[in-house]
Write a protein that binds this ligand. Structure first.
Ligand SMILES: *Cc1c(COP(=O)(O)O)cnc(C)c1O
Length: 369
């Protein structure tokens, strides 16, 4: 069977390996975060592989994302945590999805949804400044939750927060703040059985942030959240390989302008190879002139600007033919560029590089062994 022209190939055995490695190293049950199409890897295949490999929970942002997991037959515990006021709380309750709740009015909307009791996990802000109740609102939120538990409309299963990753001292201050929230919740009469704070970075580097569960997104995909440690340093395997078949090649003379604006001109007679991936597919235009590709085991760079649908590589006198694969992202153990390389070329982070992939790319899966 021929490969798709533009292929994101996800190795589910790498997902399983990463979940297992992280579980072993961290020693805490793991929630694998599959929001945003599984960080561009495909939420459902990743979720299935993760649960098979021992993930205790799955995490998503929206109730829609959670319901897609249920529609695919995934029955593992799922938490969804960012809701618009009209979110389908009744749908979440019916599907047995835990609802992250950040403020009192939201708690009341959840408790008013049909099908209650709703299972909720209260989110507190311990310093990130995003979602979650700030300390001054804890009493109000916790008291309301106790009252609603008594009426049987809700059950508070968890209490949680999220780290800002702004240094060890700040992380530890958040751990302390989270511990105060736990005490306040208990003093109010709540008995949350699952406490969680850490994502990948905290889970690996801040042991005191692990509590009962760690929410692992990036690490599950085999990517490192750190500038100073690679995937391999962490014992992780990048699961995604992004490649495209060369769509055309041609010889051009010296001083030929390449792509819009002619930011690149050939130094001498050379071969140009056309890669059919562009910013419509999620390749950052900001990586123009810099993004790395590997073709037949050799490294090249994007020549000139990344366009909507394509970019050009100057391959010199190398014998490259239509149909040869240009690998943009893969496992550096095989000598190919990484999501980090593209992140550096585009002044962003590996999270964004993989999550933004889309457009005309086709996803294929190598099964977990
Ligand atoms: C995305 C997200 C995570 C996962 O973060 P990683 O750094 O990818 O592990 C965990 N918790 C929350 C609240 C998130 O939004």
């Amino acid at each position: 069977m021929s490969r798709p022209l533009r292929e994101a190939r996800v190795d589910l055995s790498a997902i399983a390996h990463n979940v297992n490695a992280l579980r072993r190293n961290i020693g805490t049950p793991i929630m694998v975060v599959v929001k945003s199409r599984g960080y561009g890897h495909g939420a459902i295949p990743v979720a299935k592989a993760a649960v098979e490999a021992g993930a205790a929970w799955l995490g998503v942002v929206t109730i829609e994302e959670a319901l897609e997991l249920r529609s695919a037959g995934i029955s593992a515990p799922v938490l969804a945590w960012l809701h618009d006021p009209d979110a389908d709380f009744a749908g979440a309750i019916a599907a047995g999805i835990d609802i992250g709740v950040s403020y009192r009015a939201q708690l009341e909307r959840v408790a008013a949804a049909s099908g209650c009791p709703a299972v909720v996990q209260l989110k507190v802000d311990t310093g990130l400044g995003r979602n979650g109740a700030t300390a001054s609102d804890w009493p109000e939120l916790f008291d309301a939750a106790v009252a609603l538990e008594r009426t049987g409309r809700i059950r508070v299963r968890g209490l949680w927060s999220h780290l800002a990753n702004s240094g060890e001292e700040a992380d530890l201050a958040q751990v302390a703040s989270f511990s105060r929230a736990i005490e306040a919740a208990r003093a109010a009469g709540l008995d949350p059985e699952i406490l969680h704070l850490a994502a990948t970075a905290g889970a690996i580097r801040v042991p005191s942030s692990r509590f009962d569960l760690v929410r692992i997104g990036l690490g599950s995909y085999g990517l490192s959240p750190f500038d100073d440690q690679t995937s391999a340093d962490l014992g992780l395997r990048p699961a995604l390989e992004l490649s495209a078949g060369i769509a055309s090649t041609k010889r051009v003379p010296a001083d030929s302008g390449v792509s819009y604006g002619h930011d690149y001109r050939t130094e001498r007679e050379t071969t140009l190879a056309l890669v059919p991936l562009g910013y419509a597919d999620g390749i950052p235009r900001h990586a123009s002139g810099r993004g790395p590709v590997s073709i037949n085991g050799r490294r090249y760079r994007v020549a000139g600007r990344v366009a909507m649908d394509q970019f050009v590589v100057d391959v010199g006198d190398d014998a490259i033919e239509v149909g040869d694969r240009a690998i943009l992202i893969g496992d550096p153990a095989t000598g190919v560029p990484t999501a980090e390389d593209w992140a550096n070329a585009a002044d962003t982070i590996n999270y964004e590089i993989v999550t933004r992939l889309g457009g005309r790319i086709e996803w294929t899966y190598a099964a977990a062994d």
